[in-house]
Design a protein around this ligand. Structure first.
Ligand code: GLY
Length: 340
């Protein structure tokens, strides 16, 4: 389906929402109307079982979502589901923006960022990590086996090796070829929705209503050596609060870092906004702050609340996500703020 179709669909939904809001505002005291409107959210689960549930950024992560669901549907822990699910793109050489097969930085190094957060508000992150296939698992070890939250670079690698991880070459022939081609012009230019995948961000709630999240990425292709994006930064790329909900992000990390995007989404849910409304507020904040940069850069959020309601929104069309809920794993096109 075309981008034009999704833009039209988005407009249609906005008109419907506007009508509902006006109807509510007309018949109710203004103070309560906003809250009641949020309860009529378009993404409210019309399903028998709102949880367990798992949601991931980008359609190609449908297999990752299915792997996470296997853990959840057998009564497993949401954190195990996140780790199991994220292993899928991390080990996939065809995914050029996560783990093995990820495009290198401008100096030819594949450097990885990841983080994980559990229902107790504990977090672990690795930044600028090389040679380890599963940075999400190293992030979990940081959370569980150290008093720290973030480990970086050589220190993170040394820690991973001490924890029993294997040192591997993550630069595939294909990624090296892409790097060799890039070097001809060496033009640094973020591109919207390259191949319709990017960071994997995943949120899961298990049968015991424990909410956990994680994300993993090789970051921007051909980035400056040493660059770290939003994905391993708690509050920016990911935030989980079991009392409220969780959010995770994909896209140009710099714009998310400056606006602490995922934290903003969760705080808006804490203030009573639905997950959909909350992600829309975060995207609008980014575009308002950085109108010029937003013309050529994509950012998208997905969010999940304790009721199992979800939200998804991006700056530009082209973002999609995967939702596994009530036994069905579906790729869903996100609505977006701009129509191209
Ligand atoms: N969102 C991934 C990055 O900017 O590195």
């Amino acid at each position: 389906m075309s981008e034009r179709y999704f833009a039209a669909k988005s407009k249609d939904m906005n008109t419907r929402r506007k009508f509902l809001r006006q109807t509510l505002l007309g018949s109710l005291a203004v103070g309560n109307a906003g809250r009641l409107f949020d309860q009529l959210d378009i993404n409210a689960p019309n399903v028998k079982n709102a949880f367990p549930v798992v949601i991931s950024t980008w359609g190609p992560n449908i297999k990752a979502n299915a792997a996470a669901w296997q853990v959840l549907s057998s009564g497993g822990y949401a954190l195990d589901a996140i780790e199991t699910g994220i292993h899928v793109p991390e080990a996939n050489p065809e995914d050029t923006s996560v783990g093995y097969g990820g495009y290198p930085d401008r100096d030819g190094h594949v450097t990885l960022d990841a983080c994980i957060m559990n229902e107790k508000g504990m977090a672990g992150c690795v930044t600028f990590l090389e040679h380890i296939m599963h940075p999400i698992s190293v992030a979990r070890k940081v959370m569980e086996n150290t008093p720290h939250v973030i480990m970086s670079g050589d220190g993170a690698l040394q820690f991973a090796l001490d924890q029993g991880f294997k040192k591997e070459n993550l630069l595939t022939k294909e990624a090296k070829k892409a790097w060799d081609l890039w070097k001809i012009e060496a033009k640094y230019e973020p591109v919207i929705n390259v191949e319709r995948h990017d960071t994997i961000g995943m949120l899961a709630m298990d049968m015991q209503q424990r909410l956990c999240g994680g994300c993993s990425t090789s970051g921007l292709a051909f980035k400056m050596h040493g660059r770290v994006g939003d994905s391993p930064v708690i509050g920016a790329g990911l935030f989980v609060d079991n009392e409220v909900g969780a959010a995770v992000c994909t896209g140009l990390g710099e714009m998310v870092l400056r606006t602490v995007g995922s934290f903003l989404v969760v705080e808006e849910m804490r203030r009573g906004k639905s997950p959909q409304k909350a992600v829309e507020i975060a995207i609008k904040r980014i575009v308002k702050k950085y109108p010029e940069q937003s013309k050529d850069a994509q950012v998208a959020f997905i969010a999940l609340d304790r009721k199992g309601r979800h939200g998804a929104y991006s700056i530009h069309p082209g973002f999609n996500y995967v939702l596994y809920q009530d036994g069905e794993n579906r790729i869903i096109e996100s609505t977006s703020l701009l129509d191209k």
